[in-house]
Design a protein around this ligand. Sequence first.
Ligand SMILES: [Ca+2]
Ligand SMILES: [Ca+2]
Ligand SMILES: [Ca+2]
Ligand SMILES: [Ca+2]
Ligand SMILES: [Zn+2]
Length: 431
Amino acid sequence: MARESIETVRSDVAVCSCYASAPRRIGHLAALIVVSVITGCGTDPGFVPPPTNGPTTDVIDGNRDAPSTGMSGKTSGEPNGSFLQAIVAVFDEEGIAHLQGTVADVGDLDVFLLGPLAAGDRLIVDADTTGSPLDISVGIFDAAERLVYNNDDRGGSSARFLDSYIEWVVRHGGDRYYLVATHSAFAGSGGYTGTYKIDVQASDGLAVPGPVGQALLLDFDGAVVDFPTLGLVTLDPFDAAPISPFYRGQTETVKETIRTVFEQNFVPYNVDIWTTDDPPPAGTQFSTVYFGGFNPGAFGIAEDVDLYNVDFCDDAIIFTESFGPHLFSSVPTAFELGIAIGNVGSHEAGHLLGLNHVDDDRALMDDQSAADAFIEDQEFMEAPLSSDIMSIGTQDAVLLLNEIVGLRPDDDPAQRMGSALFTSHRRFWGK
Ligand SMILES: [Ca+2]
Ligand SMILES: [Ca+2]
Ligand SMILES: [Ca+2]
Ligand SMILES: [Ca+2]
Ligand SMILES: [Zn+2]
């Protein structure tokens, strides 16, 4: 079961926001579109059930109907929990590898070597756990062991909605790509172990989708948002005073700092930042980050992890009143509060552009840090994947943003403005 995609108030408090089917556009204040898709949420917040089915080794990891040893290395068996130990996937004449295996213990990672792929190649990964209790999750990694695509649940209404499914076009070629199969980090009781089959089809000849720029609207003026997993959320216009009386009268300082932090975090990339005080031109498609309200368990939430930014109009909420001064080791100034909210907002915007969680306090996409880390100069960077995804490899946010939204054109006035902001705001962090 996938759980998305929340910045928790404390790392030991998780709020359930799981959903099994694709969330859709939700309403902006000016044009409330109510298309609610809420399914399958009901897990006790923060409770990770222990696995109840014991170790299983019913099926040896490897290739179905293929020789157990290949020309280019091991084609079956454990250990295969690292990229070095990968099982060689054997592709048949139709370009399909018929894999199988067993997630035998909690944390069992089964790594398969898919071989070289060229930019434009199309990859289809179809996992099948029919008859097995396993809630499988799969990831595709490039030659540098960076996650390029992943899926936990295919969703939908079929009986196989927990079985992973991927259709993806390779953005950059490499002499080897890998497939990793393991259990979902959010498997229900009993779903941590079991057998699986995975068919991998590689075919060539498609054009490489190029990067497409994105506009982000920072919404400070209140909204009624119909949010997957939360339902209707009513947000008053952003006001710093409810966060703490300490911030009374400093709303504009906090807002301006939030915008500056967004601009600094996204400055190299083709992402335009607008606010409700400085809205985008009519007709612009934009994703929205709302600022306001309180959630007892969350700083912010994104509608989805929109891999490769398929949806140009998805939404996130930053619960600004969740940023109570008591969560920090010392009371943040209004300026520092704006940095913290801006960094968490950039994190949620990262989800809307297709970024997953990593485990490094310096990284914007970190999901484990205490609140103090948000006041530091977090950035989009390469970092080890969060165990929420799988405990192997990295995510390189710089690479992915380059491939998804691309770099801001050199002649874009915002590039010069952003560069100036970047330089002048180094003093934010005293570096
Ligand atoms: Ca295994
Ligand atoms: Ca293994
Ligand atoms: Ca799954
Ligand atoms: Ca998106
Ligand atoms: Zn997150």
